[in-house]
Design a binder for this molecule. Structure first.
Ligand SMILES: [Zn+2]
Length: 600
């Protein structure tokens, strides 16, 4: 029975282009996981989009003298292009400014409010001393009470990263006129997290399969659970769906609240765009489906505590959750099955910083290097279990000494020799013990690599795939078919046949990690169709007449299967080319110089 797997990927924030650190932690691992499950024949729904509300986007808009929507439009396009070029096989990569997302967000807000899980609290709001108007958090500056940084903003400190309220600041002042703001009582809405504490504790206790740091961190967070603000004094966001707020532009839903709802709204959008508006329920209300969330470690509790609390509160209710008379009538939305958080990537020993030039953007990277080379590095040397460092020297070394020298070399010498001497898959003679052994070892990789992938152990899975490729290289070095062919053409044919079968099985094993080169190899081996692609964009027009672009693909047409090679004897090969490019050592100096010049 195919399983229903939801692959929920963190939403990149649309206030600038994304650098490789952004895609290392969640984008590439999530795609590997989704591709593996699709090849296994499971029904995968991989969803995400750009996160487009909140203060940072309005800051960029103010600086450029344009609207937040214009900034979101620009970076939604750039980020979508990056993800497409990296081969991230989303079923739906959308955005949070769609009418659909607004409707789903407001339904969840309204339902939680009606059930008493959203409470109103008076807090001190900041108002301009000169105009009396609301002063948005971002327009208030002062000294951070935690680190002492004297240009901390009213919503957060950029120096230590702490989330702040304007009343936390020491010596607060308005950025507009330098005057201290006047604090007056103002009403905000809070999610009543303590109401879910016991349910959450019981549930998290049962999640023995989570990574230990994720589970422990979440249980610790439960010890000091407070109601959390879900509205903000800000004009840019999803409107509060209560009659008294219908015409108010000064208070909106807080960006984090609508962003986590994106996992559900994007799933609903996928179903609508497919013309099967209830299809999303097969993942969200099917008790046998499993939901995997991929994100950086700074977002763990949003996915293990806060979003699950919202789901528990919403249950089977609301306009979307209810399915009267339907297959899923009364069945609550599914909680996460696993929360796969990654650690951080640094660059050349330092934290990524766009302002200091310590950065390499995805689009810049892909203008000079292949997507598979980046995917390889981020998987084999990325921040899966610990903070790791991207250095150009290590990127070049791993590309040349591992990807090119092991897997690339095996494919290249096998295909070029067979193409030149036979032109098609040769008829083998009787297999020797050595032939049987290498075939069995590589075939075993379908199970061993598959098990590691299913457990979200991507680095170990790719290492095992590379070990198998190295074994086939050893086999070829021992058998020396290029010498044997001079005296015994039939035996050489058998050795090359065995090597081709191994390459064909390894092709499928490498596909989740390296989809572009695997597709080319698939074609060189004489196959047709897409082993695991392609992606495409779709323009979606909603009822309000606005159109947005969605990244998607026709993944049910893949010809790839997570099975050992059944390469037919006699299949004509196509003219092969090397799968990967060897990089010149000079690349390191060039890229470091580029980084230097960006820092100026
Ligand atoms: Zn601080």
């Amino acid at each position: 029975m195919p399983e229903h797997i939801l692959v929920a990927v963190a939403w990149p924030y649309a206030n600038g282009p994304r650098h490789i650190g952004h895609v290392a932690g969640f984008g590439v691992p999530a795609d590997i996981f989704a591709r593996y499950h699709r090849l296994r024949g499971n029904r995968v729904l991989m969803i995400s989009g750009t996160d487009e509300h909140g203060t940072p986007i309005t800051l960029v808009a103010d600086k450029e003298g344009t609207t937040p929507q214009a900034i979101a439009d620009r970076y939604n396009k750039i980020i979508g292009d990056d993800l497409y070029n990296l081969g991230l096989s989303y079923d739906t990569f959308t955005r949070t400014t769609t009418a659909n997302h607004y409707a789903v967000t407001q339904d969840i807000f309204r339902t939680l409010y009606e059930r008493g899980y959203i409470i109103r609290q008076e807090t001190l709001g900041a108002f301009s001393a000169t105009t009396g108007r609301t002063l948005p958090d971002r327009y208030i500056e002062g000294t951070c009470p935690i680190c002492g940084y004297d240009e901390a903003r009213g919503d957060q400190c950029d120096n230590c990263g702490s989330q702040l309220d304007p009343t936390d600041l020491i010596n607060p002042r308005s950025k507009v006129d330098g005057q201290p703001p006047v604090f007056k009582p103002t009403e905000h809405f809070f999610l009543d997290l303590p109401a879910f504490a016991e349910q959450l504790r019981t549930w998290i206790d049962q999640q023995g399969h989570w990574r230990p740091n994720v589970r422990n961190f979440s249980l610790n967070f439960l010890k000091d659970l407070k109601p959390r603000a879900i509205t903000r004094d800000l004009e840019w966001g999803v409107p509060i769906p209560l009659p008294e707020y219908a015409n108010r532009d000064d208070k909106k839903i807080y960006v984090w609240f609508d962003a986590v709802i994106g996992y559900l709204s994007a799933s609903i959008e996928w179903a609508i765009n497919r013309g099967e508006p209830d299809a999303w329920r097969e993942w969200w209300q099917n008790p046998d489906s499993r939901h995997f969330y991929f994100m950086g470690k700074d977002n763990i509790v949003f996915h293990t505590v806060i979003w699950p609390a919202m789901l528990l509160g919403y249950g089977a209710g609301g306009q979307y959750g209810a399915n009267p008379g339907g297959k899923y009538d009364g069945i609550p939305l599914q909680l996460p099955y696993n929360v796969v958080s990654s650690e951080f990537l640094t660059m050349e020993g330092k934290k990524f910083s766009s302002s200091r030039g310590i950065v390499i953007y995805v689009n810049d990277f892909l203008s000079r290097y292949d997507a598979d080379a980046l995917r390889y590095f981020l998987t084999i040397a990325g921040p899966e279990n610990q903070d790791t460092d991207f250095t150009w020297a290590e990127f070049v070394r791993r590309n040349n000494d591992e990807l090119v020298a092991t897997w690339g070399n095996l494919v290249n010498r096998t295909l070029s020799n067979v193409y030149k001497n036979f032109g098609s898959v040769p008829q083998p003679g009787p297999l020797t013990a050595a032939d049987e052994q290498v075939l069995a070892e590589v075939t075993g990789g379908i199970a061993t690599v598959g098990e590691l992938l299913a457990g979200a152990r991507f680095k170990a899975a790719l290492s095992e795939a590379m070990r198998l490729a190295a074994q086939v290289n050893i086999y070829l070095s021992e058998q020396e078919p290029w010498k044997v062919i001079k005296s015994d053409r039939e035996r050489a044919a058998t050795i090359w046949y065995v090597a081709l079968r191994c390459v064909d099985t390894l092709k499928i094993i490498f596909t989740p990690f390296l989809p572009f080169s695997s597709q080319r190899l698939h074609e060189y081996l004489g196959y047709d169709g897409y082993i695991a692609g392609p992606l495409r964009f779709q323009d979606v027009t909603e009822a309000d007449g606005r159109t947005h672009r969605v990244l998607t693909g026709d993944y049910d047409q893949w010809v790839g299967r997570w099975e050992p090679s059944a390469l037919p004897v006699g299949q004509a090969l196509r003219q092969p080319q090397p799968l990967f490019k060897k990089l010149d050592e000079a690349v390191v100096e060039e890229e470091l110089a580029r980084m230097q010049s960006r820092a100026k």
